[in-house]
Design a protein around this ligand. Structure first.
Ligand code: ZN
Ligand code: ZN
Length: 143
């Protein structure tokens, strides 16, 4: 997965730099409570399959946020970098961490049933509940 052209990005302070090949040039927003707390907003993510690699990882730290997922961030400046399966099979990389975030189209919102009423995006997007996301994910993993 994620055999598209490579794109580069990094954290705010420069201690983490990465390369990844977006599976598609789309961004989706996750409204789940973990992503909101972790990102300080909503997590705007680009699906990159297993292609995420680090060219500079001095500041890289990993937090295991569930039985299967982990969150990668810079311990020097606090930037959120990516959510990843612990086995590395799939990663959702922060759109805002890419050097050119304007390449990505806002296509989808997930965990919409977890979204607080205090904000809403005006963009026309596909909207999936948490249950719909988990069902789709199980399908893709062949589980
Ligand atoms: Zn940093
Ligand atoms: Zn989330």
């Amino acid at each position: 997965m994620g055999e598209g052209p490579l794109r580069a990005g990094g954290c705010l302070c420069g201690a983490v730099r990465f390369e990844a090949a977006p599976s598609k040039f789309e961004m989706d927003v996750c409204h789940c409570s973990m992503c909101r707390r972790w990102s300080g907003g909503t997590f705007m993510a680009v699906p990159c399959g297993s292609s995420l690699s680090f060219t500079l990882s001095g500041g890289l730290s990993v937090f295991r946020s569930s039985d299967y997922g982990e969150r990668l961030f810079c311990k020097a400046c606090g930037s959120s970098i990516a959510w990843r399966m612990q086995d590395g099979s799939a990663a959702a990389v922060s759109m805002q961490a890419f050097d050119d975030p304007e390449e990505f189209v806002f296509a989808e919102e997930i965990f919409v049933d977890d979204k607080p009423d205090t904000y809403a995006f005006a963009n026309h997007t596909r909207k999936l509940t948490g249950a719909e996301v988990m069902a789709q994910f199980a399908n893709e993993q062949g589980a």
